[in-house]
Structures are given as C-alpha cells and as structure tokens.
Design a binder for this molecule. Structure first.
Ligand SMILES: C[S@@+](CC[C@H](N)C(=O)[O-])C[C@H]1O[C@@H](n2cnc3c(N)ncnc32)[C@H](O)[C@@H]1O
Length: 357
C-alpha cells in the first residue's frame, strides 16, 4: 500500500460547522494552499495555508465568527496530476527513454492509439497507464503494431492499458460514429477534409461516397449540406455493418444509402450518375478512375485522394487523372490541389479536386 507523504506547514483549525465559511474566506484572500490536503476529524477541520498570516489577515478571519487556531500542523502532500505524458513518466523512465517517447497519438472516441518504439516495449503497460492518467477522457490505450494494411486498410493494434475493448463512439462535426478500431478504418485526421467538401456541396447533389468505411464522409455531408442523396459503398462487412448503424444513429436514412460491395462491381451496375464523387482510398485509388469517369456527370466534381512523394506531391497524381480522362475522351479542370497530411518522412496524402468537362 502506498504511504502518503506528509509535511508540516501553517494551517488554520476550526470547528467543523464553521469550516465552509473559513474555506471561502481563505480562498477569497488567496491564502489556501492546494499543494497539501485538508485534514478532517470528527469535530475539526484544518486548512493548509500558503504562509504565516499577517496581523491584518488575522483580523479579517475574525469575520468567520468562531475561534480559529492558527499554527503548524501535519498535512498530506496532494498528488499533482501530471500535465503531459513525459511528466507522468518522469520517475518511471530514464532520461534517454523519455527522449524516445512518441508523445502524439490518435484519439478515436475514448480510445487512445499510440506508437511505442521497440526500445520502450518492455515499458508499454506503464506508458499506457500514464496516457490514461494524463487524459481522463480515455478508457482504453492501444499501441500500433504496424501501418494500415490490406484492402480494408486496417491497422493492427494491441491494447496496453484500460478496458479491453475496440468498439467506441467517436464524435466529429456534430455527428457520432460507432467505430471498431481493430476491424474498421477510421482516421480523425480527415475531419477537416470532410467539412471542406461538405461546404462545397450544392443543394440537390447526388454524391458517390466511395470507400465509405463507417460513414464519416457521407454522414457529415448529410448533416452539413443540402445534398439530395449519397450512395456509400464499402467492401469491408464490419465497416458496412457500422455504416448502417451510423446512418441510423445520425438519423440520415433518407439521405445516405449504404451498399456492401466492391466499387469496381457495384458502380457499373448503378443506373444513376453522380454530381460529385469522393474517393478517400489513398493507396490504389488510381485503379478506380475508370469507374469515376464512367459514373460522373458532365460538370461533376471528383475529390481524388492518393499517397505521393512529399518533394513532388502532385505531378504523378495529376498524370494519373489526365491519363484516365484521355482514355474516356473527357477533359478535366483541376480545381484544387492540397496536401492533406504527411504520413512519413518522404510521403504525404494529397487530394486533388477536379471537374470533368
Ligand atoms: C482509407 S479507408 C477510408 C474510410 C472512410 N472513408 C474514412 O474516411 O474513414 C478506405 C475504405 O475503403 C474500403 N475499400 C477498399 N477497397 C474497396 C473497394 N474496392 N470497394 C469498396 N470499398 C473498398 C476499405 O475497406 C476502407 O474501409
């Protein structure tokens, strides 16, 4: 059992029933010491003071209307809440280990997802618990085992602290999303992108929300635009199930329709054409440009995401678009090129918005 550390310092002792009056007065005068804990017994309460009181301060305390015993008392030292991961681990890790800590992490609902360097793996539970201590809104901490993999773009993780769960509810732009961080893709880092596109949508648009995951793009569009409808196509059955649940959760059944399947197979069978298509599949989206040119209306807009080298982020992506456009005898006008985020020292995720003439 942890033995609380104690210290002797100035305090003011009063009968319990006058305690609240004295506390208010001391707080008002800025005399209460928060680095020590208040002592209570059956009859009395003792407040720790920042210092020995001056004569005029003693006179002020008389306003309480009860006898106050001033003197030195023993108080427990209050445990300070660490303000950062490094601060929380200061006494547990060596200086060189602290240097190695990766302090940025993703928050999806109440799950924190952090990278732990191999050198610190033996301390993973300690690091997980420290992250929970610093971020009381987190219930679970998981560590990343590798980057996103496979066609469902899943990120293998291991829970290292807190509740052993992978399902959570993430809030973004006034919408709620059920996410299973082990079985579905979700990135809170795309929140700006979702609202950026939502603001461009005109009333009555029909939107292809391809590679929809658990639905953040089409559901945010439904909440923040006057679109007519979005068809949300997703291949991963776990993500599709949560997509359906999220459509209901956000009450947008009339505007978002979930379709389970491969964009390559689903799109050619659709009877409708889109005013706008969103393609957030940065690894391999160029393989779906054919479907985009088949399904986009004249003057329609495509938001096309890709990974690209940071030193020349747009050249190859634009070339991919222009090649596919040529094969479909269509012309494109590039409206916007953006670096969405950097994903490695030499790699970035980019988006190109283009209009199909
Ligand atoms: C990078 S994630 C984006 C998910 C979601 N749009 C988001 O922002 O959270 C790509 C998604 O596309 C899905 N996917 C991959 N290939 C697909 C295909 N051929 N057809 C439909 N969905 C596909 C994956 O399962 C994954 O959920």
């Amino acid at each position: 059992m942890r033995v609380a550390k104690k210290e002797t310092c100035y305090g003011a002792k009063i009968e319990k029933k006058f305690g609240e009056r004295l506390r208010k007065l001391l707080a008002e005068k800025g005399l209460l010491d928060f680095e020590h804990l208040i002592v209570k017994n059956a009859e009395h309460i003792i407040f720790p003071l920042k210092r020995k009181l001056e004569k005029d301060e003693l006179e002020e305390l008389a306003r309480v209307g009860a006898e106050i015993e001033l003197g030195k008392f023993e108080f427990e030292i209050a445990k300070k809440k660490p303000r950062s991961l490094k601060e929380a681990l200061q006494s547990e890790l060596s200086e060189s280990e602290i240097e190695m800590l990766v302090t940025s992490f993703d928050v999806i609902g109440d799950i924190g997802i952090i990278e732990i360097p191999d050198e610190l793996l033996a301390k993973k539970e300690l690091i997980g618990k420290a992250l929970l201590e610093v971020n009381p809104h987190l219930k679970t901490v998981a560590r990343v085992l590798s980057k996103h993999i496979g066609k469902f773009r899943l990120r293998p993780i291991e829970i290292i602290a807190g509740e052993r769960k992978t399902l959570t509810i993430h809030k973004e732009s006034g919408c709620s999303f059920k996410v299973d961080v082990a079985k579905t893709y979700f990135s809170p880092r795309l929140s700006f992108e979702r609202m950026r596109i939502a603001r461009q949508i005109r009333g009555g648009e029909v939107i292809g929300a391809w590679f929809a995951g658990v639905g953040p793009f089409p559901i945010i569009f439904a909440k923040h635009s006057r679109m007519k409808k979005a068809l949300a196509i997703e291949l991963n059955p776990h993500a599709y199930k949560l997509l359906e649940e999220n459509i209901k959760l956000n009450k947008c059944e009339k505007k978002v329709q979930a379709i389970l399947g491969d964009v390559k197979e689903v799109v050619p069978k659709l009877k409708i054409k889109f005013d706008r298509i969103v393609m957030p599949l940065p690894k391999g989206s160029e393989l779906f440009l054919d479907e985009a040119f088949q399904a986009i209306k004249s003057k329609g807009i495509v938001h096309f995401y890709q990974f690209a080298p940071r030193n020349e982020p747009f050249k190859q992506v634009v070339a991919n678009i222009e090649k596919a456009a040529g094969e479909h005898s269509r012309e494109v006008k590039i409206i916007e090129k953006r670096i969405v985020r950097s994903v490695a020292a030499t790699k970035a995720q980019v988006v190109i918005d283009f209009e199909v003439e």
